[in-house]
Design a protein around this ligand. Structure first.
Ligand code: SF4
Length: 261
């Protein structure tokens, strides 16, 4: 049967098999270009600022690869950039569902209505939201003016929507105070998964941030313990490694993890 391409956004990157993008699972990964935030520490700056600089990955190729690996890989992560900027995201995920895939979405939480639509249509199985810092100064963390009510709405929705989820925060010394991490932990109290990520200075959207040294593993462990104490009903674990389009490495659990958006 001839392949019928779905209406979907341009895919700017495709990892066929990955152990690090959906914790505990083998998955494929799709990267969509563009983002409405300008986080100064962003390590995907080219994908954010110049998505046209990446060649599109043909959806036919993606479909053929997923079919080739279907006995081993039935999960796929959609990341960016910020995937919810693309309204044809629904078409892309709908297509992936017809291919039998479980779908995880990475998001900055700025589009709660898209998130709600995806969940209500049964299109996503897991969501990972980056929380950039305490909500009262949210625009500071994102490099643009942000409606923090939308961020709050996304957080609340994710915690109650019934699908698997994870919150993540990248801790950037000097940019964040230690107290900022604890303020986020208090906001997320009760969340079942909050990952604290170590900042990596190798590639940053604002070049000045590449001169910041990340906190030491000992300091991050101390922060993680304090966060665990704050989140009485939640769990906190530390994620010390990142990848994409950069690096992979083992974290403190011995797992391979990554930093997404
Ligand atoms: S860190 Fe994420 S939300 Fe921030 S600019 Fe980069 S891709 Fe966008």
């Amino acid at each position: 049967m001839p392949f019928k391409a779905p209406d979907c956004p341009a895919v700017k990157g495709f990892i066929e098999t990955s152990f690090v993008d959906w914790k505990g699972n083998l998955s494929s990964v799709l990267f969509l270009g563009g983002c409405n935030f300008r986080c100064p520490y962003c390590h995907n700056k080219d994908l954010v600022l110049n998505p046209a600089g990446f060649e599109d990955v043909p959806i036919e190729y993606i479909a053929a690869t997923l079919r080739k690996y279907k006995n081993w890989v039935d999960k796929i992560v959609i990341t960016g950039g910020e995937p919810t900027l693309h309204m044809s995201l629904f078409g892309l995920i709908g297509f992936l569902k017809t291919e039998g895939m479980k779908v995880k979405l990475d998001t900055n939480g700025s589009n709660p209505s898209v998130l709600k639509g995806l969940v209500s249509e049964g299109l996503i199985d897991c969501v990972a939201m980056d929380v950039k810092g305490p909500l009262d100064r949210y625009s500071r963390w994102c490099g643009i003016n942000v409606d923090e009510r939308k961020i709050s709405e996304s957080i609340e929705f994710i915690q109650g929507c019934g699908i698997d989820y994870q919150f993540r925060m990248t801790v950037v010394p000097f940019f964040h105070r230690e107290e900022d991490v604890y303020a986020v932990a208090r906001h997320l109290e009760g969340a079942k998964d909050f990952v604290i990520q170590t900042f990596r200075p190798d590639v940053t959207l604002n070049r000045a941030f590449s001169r910041i040294r990340p906190f030491s593993p000992q300091k991050m462990e101390q922060i993680r313990k304090n966060v665990s104490g704050i989140m009485s009903a939640g769990s906190a674990r530390q994620q010390d490694d990142q990848r994409r389009f950069s690096v992979i490495g083992p974290n403190n659990d011995g797992d391979m993890d990554n930093l997404y958006t």
